[in-house]
Design a protein around this ligand. Sequence first.
Ligand code: GSH
Length: 220
Amino acid sequence: MSEKLELISFKLCPFVQRAVIVLKQKNVDFDITYIDLNDQPDWFKKISPRGQVPVLKVGDEVLFESSVIQEYVDEVTPPSLQPKDPLVKAKNRAWISFGGDMIMGMHGMVMSDEEGHNEKRQGVEQKLALLEAEHSGGSYFNGEDFQMIDAAFAPMLMRLGFMKMHTGIDLLAATPKLAKWSENLLAQPCVQDSVVPELPMMYKGMIKHMDGYMATLLQD
Ligand SMILES: N[C@@H](CCC(=O)N[C@@H](CS)C(=O)NCC(=O)O)C(=O)O
């Protein structure tokens, strides 16, 4: 790779973390620039078509959408983290997109009043059950190798851990394959090094700040 990559990030963002995990797993030397999404700098507004992170700067070019950034980084740094079988790869892509919906559902759980929280929680639990049924039962999603889909789901699983730690809500209690998967993924250096050390406390602060039903469940 000729140009040094620059990733535009917001510390709390799970979608940025998807990209960081691939960059770390591939040992790519990259710069990371943190912005405040609630007070977006003008230069960011100019380069981010949706006003969202992650954005990856590749020289004068800009990429957005976490899964696209993951795939670009993967393609320019062989060997690939994607499954070789095109059908498995395509199915994984679909589940990665599904994982994005789950991240949004979890955010809804954090933001909502009790009724909304319970509704969103039910939605996330249903999705977790579907994911459990699709999981190989091996160390990682497809089996024994860490692949792209693992990088894509680790941020969500990490946040489920924060939720459990701060509120006691254990959404993985009914999905043993996912619980084991989470344990395996959170032990990976590329996952551990993909966030700032203060993230667990930032997540708690976000729950408090959102002031929804979940804030009433916060434990000390
Ligand atoms: N589908 C996008 C979602 C990215 C996303 O939702 N990023 C959030 C932060 S975690 C964001 O930038 N939100 C600001 C906004 O939507 O205004 C992706 O996968 O990259």
